[in-house]
Design a binder for this molecule. Sequence first.
Ligand code: TLP
Length: 346
Amino acid sequence: MKIIDLRSDTVTKPSPAMRKAMASAVVGDDVFEDDPTVVKLEAMTAEILGKEKALFVPSGTMGNEVCIKVLTKPGDEIIVEEGSHIYNNEVGAPAALSGIQLHVIKGVKGIFTAEQIEDEIRTPDVHHPNVTVISVENTHTQSGGTVFPLSEVKKIKKLADRHKIKMHLDGARLWNACVAKGIPPKEYAASFNCLSVCLSKGLGAPIGSLVAGEEDFIFEARRVRKRLGGGMRQVGIIAAAGIYALKNNYKRLAEDHQNAKFLAQRLSEIDGLEIDMETVQTNLVVIDIRNSGLSVPEVVAKLKEKKVLVVPFGKTLIRAVTHLDVNRKDLEKAVEVFKKVFLKNE
Ligand code: TLP
């Protein structure tokens, strides 16, 4: 049996057609801004997101951190959700790289409201840090890929404008949110000063993210990227994969979402496994094993022995992700493996 790798959508490998596009990419030196394929990818992404400019960066983490650094000064504060990637999974970068502090608020399944933030915004006072940014994550990874409602984003944006606070979007999986809701990315991006989006997740490119914003923002972002060591050279070879991914792998995300629902439904029928079906809105499935009598490391190891890979996702949680390298048949096989692991335990 082939390995069924459900750890993340980041595990996808470039297809033969994507590799062909990469091999034939016209390249230049991107630090001189003369790699035509990068220029094309940046223009294409800016257009999709309805922003003046975009900048190619190596990862979603760098995308977020470049945005934070451009928008803040040391000592500032930004508002983030408790389960956010920026707070939990970026190795303390906001403090280490930008010298800022995070003001953490608790959402419901990753979603917070304008009303809730209103109470959290500090009044101007000699003692208080400046609150400069509100950060939204869509989809929300820790909550299992939940979609942040556009209507609430618009309310938060109004509030932010009133307080002269900037808006940042961690849109690592924005594409999934937009496909799930049938909303054009532009419409979503309109409420944000800047955003970071990834090509290396559901879209299946091997590397790459972009930040987008207005021209002066991207000018500064380019300098910060360089300072962080992210200035790249003949990187059109990778940008070509991104262009291919945006053109060919965007619409098919709907298939990953249907597959995630299928997987979640089938797994939730197994005794000892619990899944909050309300959170299965895109391609992530978070499975609670607290009533299975097994520990997370045991489950991960037993599944791995049988060639199904998942990741630990909390004390009693594991995560399975659907993507373009797993089809319905693979998922049916994965369900059989889960059954063996959990039924044996009875
Ligand atoms: N998320 C990864 C892990 O780090 C958890 C995954 O497998 O889901 N923002 C969000 C919302 C993300 O989920 C991720 C990656 C990133 C940023 C970072 O992207 P990379 O890995 O490209 O730095």
